[in-house]
Unconditional design. Sequence first.
Length: 349
Amino acid sequence: MRRLVFGVCAMVLANGAALAQEQDWSIVLHGGAGVIERGDMDAETEAAYRDALDAAIRLGGDMLADGASAMDVVEAVVHTLEDDPKFNSGVGAVFTAEGRNELDASIMRGSDMQAGAVSGVTTVRHPISLARAVLENSPHVMLQSPGAEAFAADQGLELVDNSYFFTERRWASMVRAVRRMGLSVPPRPEGAPEPEPIREGALDLMEREHAFGTVGVVARDQSGEVVAGTSTGGTTAKRWGRVGDSPIIGAGTYATPACGVSATGTGEYFIRLNVAARICTQLEMLGEEGGQQAADAVIQDALTAMGGDGGVVMLGHGEPIWSFNTPGMYRASWTPGDEPVVSIYGDED
Ligand code: ASP
């Protein structure tokens, strides 16, 4: 009998240890931040965002639980968001004032601090995959278009016509913006679908969202590897080859062995504050428990003081954290043993 009890206990302990080890992963993501307030969104739109965030976080969490690498998870989850027209990345990206979609993305791995980034790409279906290819298969960290596109072709990545990214609501939002700027409306891109009516309410929401909708994912896999990735169309009606923070390592994306950050907001501020790297440096100074404090010091204090708006998602020693100074941020997180958290407004968890 004693042998049996001992045997059962040993099995339980062994399983417990295996479980604890197996389940040591975490993931956090965002789909942009801005003036997203209760009452701005009809129930159907809100449900569509929550469903998309929920599906994305579950995809990532399930992959991590199955033992996938953080790099594969970040790429796969960003793909689903790049393919979702609700977000400002891939399909559904915002337009430049010249009427094109110019996409930026970056990815960074914490253990060896390797990084890859691309800016201004117009024909790569999944810019995050191109950023990963730069990290893994090039001697460089950052490529800009058109060279980035040539590299994408060499790498056998999926190329599409620029009109593939077209959505009516982003087009209409750019048209509104260029008119306000006193510029002429660019010609509708060749290959774009026939014009369709847009609900004014949807346009207003997009503007209050600050035309954000950039996507970012930070994952820590069972081996402890941290990877952060960000993908965006940038800002509506951007001009002159403008590049924001999203493809800039240290500004929009950063990872160290203990820290991963992806940002969203007005890139001009995030670049000057070096937001993502600054948060990881703060975390290093504050120690293991300092994740929320580190993120808040940079977002609530430094960014706000400078007049910038936006937010970050972060894994600090594996703990999912977010901080934003806008009324809302599309966001989600998941750690083993808990249900996924999906939130939009500032007064939610
Ligand atoms: N940070 C992005 C940029 O400035 C925009 C965003 O996050 O919405 O390009």
